[in-house]
Design a protein around this ligand. Structure first.
Ligand code: C2E
Ligand code: MG
Ligand code: MG
Ligand code: MG
Length: 284
């Protein structure tokens, strides 16, 4: 009897997982089938989220975040497709599109006479293996009459783990060409503090879980303060990600973290709205 019931339960559970997995694979397959046509049709949009100085609320930059306005699924967030595109290699094509779009935005803002701020773009670990990465980035920047310094490259902490020799040299070349390098999601992965001195990094972006955990844990606050102090010694800017509450902003101030990004200051938004709300009133 026990065996029968175990078998029955197992069978149900198996059917359940099997169904969920099947769904997931179907969605993934659809994503893969539609990615190229979607890119051609212009279904991918580049949203911008402000980065500010915590003390004053002054705008210091923006991060470009991709959104997929999918004809069938509606708005899809990068968490659902970036990992898929990293596996099948499409991410580089999507990122080239995002970076090109960002360069055009920067040029347009200048043409409109706005006091533009640098925009940070996300660079996937996969992009770093493309031989023509540096050349493509430089072409876009020059074609739009920009300085490489206006484009900041966010490279996730976990990218530094594997094949560090090759990646370190790619990142050094990007830096030498004048791009500003930001280490994304710092504190989420396993990079050693050594990485900080080895790589030509300009900015540390503290992972949002770092702040969440520090909020109620004094020991973690001490670690966070130490990292912020170390970053200052190394002349790195520190930007805290995912700031949602006044209490979190107050903690950042107390710990000496100058810059932040998060829903408290502004959500990711379409370019037109970002321009109206953040640039037009400042620059014009
Ligand atoms: P990320 O680079 O660490 O970006 C920050 C993420 O935190 C964004 O999620 C942003 O919308 C979200 N966020 C900002 N403020 C808050 C807050 O106050 N609270 C919370 N809970 N979240 C906040 P998003 O846009 O869904 O992007 C997720 C990840 O996908 C990004 O993490 C980045 O790794 C990747 N990604 C986004 N756009 C691109 C892209 O154009 N290319 C590549 N390769 N990756 C991208
Ligand atoms: Mg980022
Ligand atoms: Mg991040
Ligand atoms: Mg993150």
């Amino acid at each position: 009897m026990a065996a029968a019931s175990i078998k029955r339960n197992y069978g149900q559970r198996f059917a359940f997982y099997n169904h969920a997995m099947h769904e997931k694979l179907m969605v993934e397959q659809k994503i893969i089938n539609t990615m190229e046509s979607s890119l051609e049709r212009g279904d991918f949009a580049v949203y911008l989220q402000p980065k500010v100085e915590v003390d004053t609320g002054r705008l210091i930059g923006a991060e470009a975040l991709v959104r997929w306005e999918h004809p069938e699924f509606g708005m899809i967030f990068p968490g659902d497709f970036v990992p898929v595109f990293e596996r099948n290699g499409f991410i580089y094509h999507l990122d080239l599109f995002v970076w090109r779009k960002v360069c055009r935005m920067l040029r347009e803002w200048k043409e409109l006479g706005a006091e533009a701020v640098p925009i940070s773009v996300n660079v996937s670990r996969i992009d770093l293996y493309h031989e023509d990465l540096l050349e493509s980035l430089l072409d876009m920047v020059l074609e739009n009459g920009l300085d490489p310094e206006e484009l900041h490259l966010e490279i996730t902490e976990s990218a530094y783990v594997k094949d560090s020799v090759q990646l370190v040299s790619v990142i050094r070349r990007l830096k030498q060409a004048g791009f500003v390098i930001e280490m994304d999601d710092f504190g989420s992965g396993y990079s050693s503090l050594n990485t900080l001195s080895e790589l030509p990094i300009d900015t540390l972006k503290l992972d949002l879980n770092f702040l969440r955990q520090a909020e109620h844990q004094p020991r973690r606050q001490k670690v966070m303060r130490l990292i912020i102090d170390l970053a200052r010694e190394l002349r790195l800017q520190v930007v805290a990600e995912g700031v949602e509450t006044e209490a979190q902003a107050a903690l950042l101030k107390a710990l000496g973290c100058r810059y932040a990004q998060g829903y408290l200051f502004g959500r990711p938004m379409p370019e037109e709205r970002f321009f109206r709300e953040y640039l037009e009133k400042q620059g014009l």
